[in-house]
Ligand binder design. Structure first.
Ligand code: T68
Length: 796
């Protein structure tokens, strides 16, 4: 049906005419997605068959979040029919872009971690590797952000349209998961066996989504579990209503806390629900002896959220399959590997032992035994008390999930080189000393097909006209663009493309938000979750410095800039919410100031999402990557900007280090404390905000403006900001890095004034960005962790 344009048009119209509301855009979306699903389905079934027959090793990526973004357009692109469909629709008077907008966006993730999982799904399928996702089908994705009077409000987001869902319900593959109850030891087959009595059972029903790789040849599966009532008797005394409520809660909504440990029992239920249903499936679907599991299966756990996979696999192997501890442990620790995404203490998962024991008594017993055996081994080494503590899984009345994850996996990776080094040398030093070959680095990457090819077809066209289109399959070949960084005619075209993308964004903003921005101004974007360490506060304070400077110095009249912010704050993160209010209050002030508005504009884009990101990255000139050095594990937005030719202003943090290594220090604007300096201050506790303020009247003025409420529309609006900057001695070094940040902006602007220099830098950034494709990342996981083989006859 997509073989020729004419065939597509005929088929599409025929189906549309059978629809009741055939005039509506939604009907067009519905018909088109139905056609794509049918088209994919044959290949999907064929792929499943081939993967079974060829007995390929399979990778299962366990993640509590998959932030896929909209799916229709992505599938059309990977099936290589995007332009055919787009042209065909246009000839019939439809716009594919408008049709794509009809799709409710699945917001099943908070930020980088969830989006990374989605990029990985794309790369696995595009490289022809058998890798599948396991996650949760939350009814409510991440909340919708509503800004009212400058404050963030949150409303629930429902993304599921049962009729148009990309997920196919697989009732017959449902699994039952036990919670609570008591463990009894009973004699069965002449041995003592732990049996769970009086448990509360929950049914997990899978919804399978096809994941189409580029070229459409490989179709993998993203399986999302939905919680439903099981048909088991309820424990004595439990009311049916209560039970149903508790069950549906499990997949009711995504937790909105990123980089924060939630600590709630519901979160723990979600985690076990995911791990148990997925592992039961993997074990049941197999047609090889259990002892060979690590030869046939690799399981990657995305952060510690699915770390219960370790004791759960032990439970299934021992209690259900009759294995002894040693063999089960051997298999588990050769099947599971773990990716760490953070060193922030507040994000480290620690579950209260009593809570875990009550919810999952058998799992807790197994964790205790893992801990006991590991302690015994540790005792054989000559270590001091502090080191031994760091090697304990259960410590201080809590289960330390990162320690469990390290002990129970065969490989542990960080997500950028600096982050991995910090893990090995500081955060997990003792574990790394104990398991010297376990830790390694695999730097994150992004799906260049979504973030460049799809989001920026104009730049894609320009690149291909210069160097051919092989880079789309082999992104490292973007290197071929390097010579064009000195080619005036290419740079002029590059400038035209950027201007076009800026105009498109400005037009969309005018329509959506009614705000007017000038495409001739510098688009400087800071888009990511709002967090102390990401330092949106430093960005906005810098704008106030510029504002003060404009008013105090009539010779200071810089090139116009538009500062674009976008991002959500966790609903209970008061500090972040005040920063958000501060940004909006500053926008009001600056955008209406007769002098300032000619030079500075502030735009806050409400309800930042994947689809909004797809518009902002291509239109940005400047990429704000200004986290406190050592705090951002990697960052992936930094890579999306770079690939679209935006220039980085940032600290040496996360993957920024590797970005600058690629482009050279002349092609990025780096400033501020290094990770080493930050960690030194933290260790010695010898940094004092007042030392920074003492000799700097500009900063003193700024602080008084901030603290008296002048910038935020009221003193009360900065109480948490004040607490952090003043009472807590500015833990993220906002004030310390502010003047260096300002100087970096000055350097940046002076280069911007020279178009050929600026565009050359932009071109080098694009040329050197290929290494940050998630195809490279996935290949590394495959080579060094999973040992996957490319599917050979996946075209059948
Ligand atoms: C991010 N982490 C890292 N966490 O902050 C970022 N956390 O540096 C990195 O690039 C990215 O992971 C991918 O590796 C997160 O996004 C969360 O979203 C999260 C969610 C729930 C609980 C804790």
């Amino acid at each position: 049906m997509f073989e020729t344009k004419e065939r597509f048009k005929k088929d599409f119209m025929m189906r549309l005419e059978q629809r009741e509301e055939r005039e509506s855009l939604h009907a067009a979306y519905s018909v088109l997605s139905e056609m794509v699903k049918e088209w994919i389905n044959d290949d999907w079934q064929a792929n499943k068959r081939v993967q079974r027959e060829e007995a390929h090793k399979q990778l299962y990526y366990f993640s509590i979040e998959f932030l896929t973004g909209r799916i229709l357009g992505q599938n059309l692109m990977n099936l290589s029919v995007h332009s055919l469909v787009s042209d065909g629709l246009e000839e019939m008077g439809f716009s594919l872009a408008e049709i794509e907008e009809q799709e409710l966006e699945p917001g099943l993730g908070n930020g980088g971690l969830g989006r990374l999982a989605a990029c990985f799904m794309d790369s696995l399928a595009s490289l022809g590797l058998p890798g599948h996702g396991y996650g949760i089908r939350y009814k409510g994705g991440l909340f919708t952000q509503v800004i009212k009077d400058g404050y963030q409000g949150e409303t629930p987001t429902h993304w599921i349209d049962e009729k148009e869902d990309w997920g196919m319900r697989q009732e017959e593959l449902a699994k039952n998961i036990p919670f609570y109850g008591n463990v009894h030891l009973e004699v069965q087959d002449n041995r003592l066996k732990p049996v769970l009595r009086n448990a509360v059972w929950v049914k997990a029903v899978p919804y399978d989504m096809p994941v189409v790789g580029a070229g459409g040849k490989t179709v993998n599966t993203l399986r999302l579990w939905q919680a439903e009532s099981a048909s088991y008797p309820l424990p004595e005394g439990m009311e049916q209503d209560f039970y149903q409520q508790a069950v549906s809660e499990i997949s009711d909504r995504l937790y909105p806390d990123d980089s924060q440990q939630a600590g709630k029992v519901l979160r723990l239920r979600q985690q076990y629900f995911l791990c148990s249903s997925s592992l039961q499936t993997i074990l049941q679907e197999r047609d090889y002896p259990l002892s060979e599991l690590p030869k046939h299966v690799a399981i990657q756990i995305n952060d510690t959220h699915p770390a219960l996979a370790i004791p759960e696999l032990m439970r299934l192997l021992m209690d259900e399959q009759g294995m002894v501890w040693e063999e089960a442990w051997e298999i588990t620790t050769h099947t599971i590997s773990y990716t760490n995404h953070t060193i922030l203490q507040e994000a480290m998962e620690r579950w209260d032992s009593a809570l875990l024991e009550a919810l999952l008594p058998r799992i807790y017993m197994i964790i205790q035994e893992i801990d006991r055996r590991f302690r015994e081994k540790v005792l054989e080494q000559d270590l001091d008390e502090a080191a031994r503590k760091k090697l304990s899984i259960i410590e201080g009345g809590a289960v330390h999930m990162a320690t469990l994850a390290v002990v129970g996996s065969y490989k542990v990776n960080g997500v950028a080189r600096l982050h991995t080094d910090i893990l090995k040398m500081r955060e997990m030093k003792e574990l790394n000393d104990y398991f010297p070959h376990k830790f390694h680095n695999i730097t994150n990457g992004i799906a260049h097909r979504r973030w460049l090819v799809k989001a920026n077809p104009e730049l894609t066209g320009l690149i291909s006209s210069a160097i051919g289109d092989e880079w789309i399959r082999e992104p490292i070949k973007l290197h071929g663009l390097n010579p064009f960084a000195g080619d005036p005619s290419f740079l002029q075209d590059l400038q035209s493309v950027k201007l076009l993308k800026k105009r498109q964004l400005a037009e969309w903003i005018r329509k959506q938000h009614g705000a007017v921005i000038d495409p001739e101004s510098v688009f400087d974007a800071h888009i990511k979750r709002v967090h102390g360490y990401k330092r949106q506060l430093m960005n906005i304070l810098h704008i106030q410095l510029l504002f003060n400077h404009l008013h105090s110095d009539r010779n200071f009249r810089p090139h116009p800039r538009t500062f674009i912010f976008g991002g959500k704050a966790a609903p209970s993160y008061h500090f972040a919410k005040q920063v958000l209010k501060l940004i909006n209050a500053m926008a009001d002030k600056v955008n209406n100031d007769p002098l300032a508005k000619n030079h500075l504009r502030i735009l806050f884009i409400e309800d930042y999402s994947v689809s909004k990101a797809e518009r902002i990255f291509p239109a940005s000139d400047v990429s704000e990557q200004i986290s406190t050095a050592s705090k951002e594990a990697s960052g992936t937005g930094n890579m999306k900007f770079m690939m679209n030719g935006a220039v980085t202003i940032g600290t040496y943090d996360g993957a920024n280090v590797e970005i600058v290594e690629q482009v050279g220090e002349d092609n990025a604007f780096i400033f501020g404390l290094s990770a080493k300096q930050v960690m030194q201050f933290e260790k010695e506790k010898n940094y004092f905000t007042n030392d920074t303020l003492a000799h700097d009247p500009e900063l003193q003025l700024l602080m008084s403006q901030l603290l008296n409420g002048e910038l935020s529309g009221g003193e009360g609006n900065v109480s948490y900001i004040k607490k952090q900057l003043v009472d807590e001695n500015d833990p993220f070094f906002v004030l310390k890095d502010l003047q260096p940040y300002r100087k970096a902006h000055e350097r940046l602007l002076s280069v911007y004034e020279e178009p050929s220099a600026w565009l050359g830098i932009s071109a080098v950034n694009i040329a050197q960005s290929g290494i940050f494709s998630s195809d490279r990342t996935i290949q590394q996981y495959s080579d060094h962790v999973w040992n996957l083989e490319e599917l050979t006859n996946h075209y059948t």
